[in-house]
Design a protein around this ligand. Structure first.
Ligand code: N01
Length: 562
């Protein structure tokens, strides 16, 4: 991958502060004999744990390699104040084991990060998963040997592993991004990235805190940081759309009722476009096909209910700019009502299509800006010039700070893969194969990279869905595929280039029929300077799963098996 000049690891002396919470990786000098496995899984988040569980169940030998010191992936690293899931707890959980889903009790409508981490720790213990996971170890390289048709995997601990199948469960939002800003090394205060928050927490009491970034992480962190900080300055480059989450304690009776019909809810979600929210279905009508009063009532009801179902109201909000504008202007009006100062309100009102950047859910976000110690700096008017020893200097003013929080997001979907030197046939590097943007077949396989599987890879619905549903679908598909190969005495599966080309065209076709590509989102890689502008996920979970099933029914159409 060409140098991006924008990586979290490129912030000079501040690096140790950014990674203060990250557990150190081991640097064992000794090279050991490669241990051989049927499957090596990279990552022990929701995807890696389920991949391990399924592979074990299929009688395969498995080793999981995890950079963190514990399980949880995104929920292990993202410990920033206010971190919480945007999908409701009863839906954001594994469905693969009936006893597991019956015995676990969520306490809130949307689970906070600590509770999700407790859940995934429970899963790891319950299924005795830890004994096959190597923690505090990062995979640095993986090379396909055409002679043996096996993968050689290297880690930063100096180990080599040998595997028939390599499953990349590296997460779509795991490669943290810290922008390169002039003078960053000179800052005398502390810096943190939301996605690498110190495990011991950070006491911001009495501090002058600056937050750069107003995506989902920033929006969750800002109201909580405001409660602690003496002064909070929010540096906003693009105003986001956010709707109230309306979080609260989960009613035990409601939870019990859900559990009584869990299978129905899970199935309903699998049939929903985004694989969640099936209890509040989309109306089968366009936004402009109803009267203004009906439209307003629908938006109001969903605003009051809280959550993503706001955008699952009318069936053309992602397809028709005029329809979309009705939802956008509804939210802008809400911002106007919530904010006392009309100038601040105007700066908080987004102009882009609603939903083309990931919609945010918040708890008290807008109200935060009515507090006297909270200031909004609109970087679209006055960009950052430099980080100085004392804070951040924009074209208009110097802002004195003790702490800078980077809520600046991730090199999404490809970042975790491109940070590993993955080499397929003829030594081809994955980052070269993807130089013009990621190319996969079904988001599961890559031509030229046999026996490599990407869980929720680019070209699959992944980040446009409830991730756990997509993860379970992919892990099931991959494990079934490996079992099929074994049952038929086959050793190698590889996506063909024509099938991959056709798939990439299909994904582009679907994406460009929507309004998604109309703004600079991380879905398009637009947040990473130099990253090719390609819409990476595929909208529409149910249609996608049908395609995956038909591929299998047609004898793994588009793959070669040998
Ligand atoms: O990152 P983001 P995130 N100067 O990329 C700004 C998931 N998630 O960590 O919009 C100034 O969305 C950038 O500005 P702009 C979820 O899928 C889920 O918040 O590019 N500003 C933007 O405001 C989410 O979408 C949950 O103009 C700069 C912000 O930083 C995804 O993770 C919670 C800048 C980055 O926003 C990523 O969310 C949290 C610069 N140089 C996250 N560079 C839950 O489910 C970037 N920005 C709860």
């Amino acid at each position: 991958m060409p140098a991006l000049g924008y990586e979290g690891h490129r912030v000079g002396p501040a690096r140790h502060r950014l990674e203060a919470g990250a557990e150190r990786t081991r640097t064992l000098g000794a090279v050991t004999e490669p241990e051989a496995f049927d499957v090596v899984v990279v990552g022990a988040g929701f995807a890696g744990l389920y991949a391990l569980h399924r592979a074990r169940g299929a009688g395969l030998s498995v080793r999981v390699i995890e950079a963190g010191g514990g399980v949880g992936g995104t929920w292990y690293w993202n410990r920033y104040p206010g971190a919480r899931c945007d999908v409701e707890s009863m839906e954001y959980s594994y469905s693969f084991d009936e006893d597991l889903q019956q015995e676990w009790d969520w306490t809130e409508r949307y689970a906070g990060q600590p509770e999700i981490l407790r859940y995934i720790d429970h899963v790891a213990d319950r299924f005795d998963l830890r004994r096959d996971i190597r923690f505090n170890t990062r995979v640095t390289a993986a090379t396909f040997d055409e002679g043996t048709s096996r993968w050689s995997v290297e880690t930063d601990a100096g180990e080599q592993l040998d595997a028939q199948f390599l499953v990349m469960a590296t997460g779509c939002l795991s490669a943290a991004m810290v922008p390169v800003i002039e003078g960053a090394d000179s800052f005398e205060g502390s810096t943190f990235h939301t996605g690498r928050w110190p495990h011991e927490g950070v006491d911001l009491t009495g501090k002058r805190v600056g937050v750069i970034g107003t995506g989902s992480s920033g929006i969750q962190a800002i109201p909580v940081i405001a409660q602690q900080a003496a002064e909070l300055t929010v540096f906003q480059r693009t105003a986001p759309y956010t709707v109230p989450a309306r979080n609260g304690p989960l009613d035990p009776a409601e939870a019990a009722a859900t559990k009584a019909t869990y299978a129905e809810l899970r199935q309903g979600n699998r049939e929903a476009t985004a694989a969640f929210g099936s209890r509040v279905p989309r109306l089968d009508v366009g936004a402009l096909e109803v009267s203004e009063a009906e439209r307003a009532a629908e938006y109001e009801a969903r605003w009051e209910r809280g959550g993503f179902t706001f955008l699952a109201s009318f069936n053309d909000l992602f397809l028709d700019a005029d329809s979309n504008e009705t939802a956008a202007s509804f939210v802008r009006a809400k911002i106007g009502e919530a904010i006392d100062d009309p100038t601040v309100a105007k700066r908080l009102m987004p102009a882009q299509v609603i939903g083309c950047k990931r919609l945010c859910l918040d708890t008290g976000y807008y109200e935060t800006f009515n507090q006297a110690h909270v200031r909004l700096v609109d970087l679209s008017e006055t960009p950052i010039e430099a980080i100085t020893p004392g804070g951040i200097r924009t074209t208009a003013a110097q802002h004195d700070l003790d702490v800078i929080v980077f809520a600046t997001g991730f090199d999404a979907m490809t970042g975790a893969l491109s940070r590993i030197d993955i080499r397929g046939r003829d030594g081809l590097a994955l980052c070269d194969a993807w130089a013009a943007g990621p190319r996969t077949y079904l988001g599961l396989g890559v031509a030229g990279f046999p026996n490599l599987f990407t869980v929720t890879g680019p070209g699959s619905p992944s980040v446009l869905t409830n991730m756990i549903v997509s993860i379970e679908h992919h892990v099931d598909w991959i494990t079934d595929c490996i079992e099929h190969l074994r049952a038929h005495d086959l050793a190698v599966i590889e996506a063909t280039t024509p099938a991959q080309d056709e798939w990439v065209d299909f994904v582009n076709g679907v994406a460009y029929a929507t309004l998604f590509p109309t703004c600079n989102s991380w879905y398009l890689g637009a947040n990473v300077p130099g990253k090719p502008r390609v819409f990476m996920p595929l909208p529409g979970f149910p249609i996608y799963t049908e395609v995956c099933e038909s591929v299998v029914a047609d004898g793994y159409r588009g793959f070669t098996l040998s």
